[in-house]
Design a protein around this ligand. Structure first.
Ligand code: SF4
Ligand code: SF4
Length: 110
């Protein structure tokens, strides 16, 4: 029978393998994205779930969140939040694109 220590070690090994695989994919994605001075990030509002991941990774304070009303009357929350890019502060580093879980951010020509 598998002991809890063996199970924990197996889980840690598997977590490392998954993390390495995701990092590899992010590296490939990063290289394929438009970036730098000629590009700026853009948020598609409909896809943004207001999770704040992009604001955490942006070192340039180029992302702000703003409140919007909930669209569904079934959910009893007064406001929801969305992210928007402060264009003049965006350096085109692409980190927010990689961090967004819903693919709401893309890089566009400046
Ligand atoms: S591309 Fe970089 S600088 Fe621009 S908003 Fe995203 S994380 Fe911030
Ligand atoms: S990471 Fe994506 S979904 Fe989350 S707040 Fe930023 S743009 Fe919206």
């Amino acid at each position: 029978m598998t002991s809890s220590d063996e199970l924990r070690l197996r889980r840690e090994k598997e977590a490392k393998r998954i993390r390495a695989s995701l990092n590899r994919q992010r590296g490939i994605q990063h290289a394929s994205l438009k970036g730098g001075e000629s590009a700026v990030a853009f948020v598609k509002e409909q896809l943004c779930i207001g999770c704040d991941q992009c604001t955490i990774v942006c070192d340039d304070d180029a992302i702000e969140v703003y409140k919007v009303a909930m669209r569904s009357p079934l959910i009893q929350v007064e406001t929801n939040q969305k992210a928007k890019i402060v264009r003049q502060d965006c350096t085109g580093c692409r980190l927010c694109v990689l961090a967004c879980p819903t693919d709401a951010i893309s890089m566009i020509d400046r």
